[in-house]
Ligand binder design. Sequence first.
Ligand code: GLU
Length: 293
Amino acid sequence: MRTRKLAALAAIGALALGACGTEDGDGGDGNGNGAPEFEAGTTMAELSEAGTIRVGTKYDQNGFGLVNLDGVPEGFDVEIAKIIATELGIPEDGIVWSEAPSAVREEVLERDEVDIVVATYTINDERKERIDFAGPYYIAGQHIMVAADDDSITGPESFQDGEKTVCSVQGSTPSENIRPFLANEDEQLVLFDVYSRCADALTAGDVDAVTTDNVILLGFIADDPEAFKLVEEGTFTDEPYGIGVQKGDDEFRSFINDVLEEIVADGRYNEAWDATAGQFDPNPPTPPTVDRY
Ligand code: GLU
């Protein structure tokens, strides 16, 4: 599987390089060297000139953002970030990665510690008060993961017994969405900073379930199919994933939206999916229409 994944990633690299030429319409100089040009003063011009971009992503989510044994992040979000860098004319070694756990995503943008956050990041109005979103580029949905031999939890209603415990992550939408289903929030809801700690707690029998987006849970199940499974009922929310940018940077947001539309059209979106989360998610995504609000 690893070889297949590497081959697919190499294919993306080749495609991305191809798209760097002048035919992509994204600012090549018309002389065939493909260096993108952007209007002076824009974030695109600044990043492109500096040859570097700071990206916040997840480090413990197989399929979307997971740091491999070499310390390099891999996943669908990582590929999306790499494509954005490519379109800015920034080489892969110009990307400065940092971990952006759920609760700090707005903060790292507000503090100008990163240029973009690509981190299974649901677009919503509350977050839009602090930052802006390009996208959506993917629609996930909240689900519940339990131990493979547990048939007692079948959906969110199973927590109405007031006893079964469920783990999620601070600052995430699933940690809020699950609350109305709990008879006793204080006793039943366990919050950590990252989802891998929830998966560990489930393995240890310290919690009865983990709830977050289906694709994140599928990543943990792919890692250990003997240990975990999704409950019977399907997803119970929509989680449209966006790319976080600093508040008010409409030109940069619009540029990223253009890139998203382009990669759906030229196949790079599907290539990125197939090489990452597509390895274990049986449902190929239908790319959503970007929201140029
Ligand atoms: N998509 C949800 C969110 O942005 C859950 C996943 C996560 O915490 O990264 O809160």
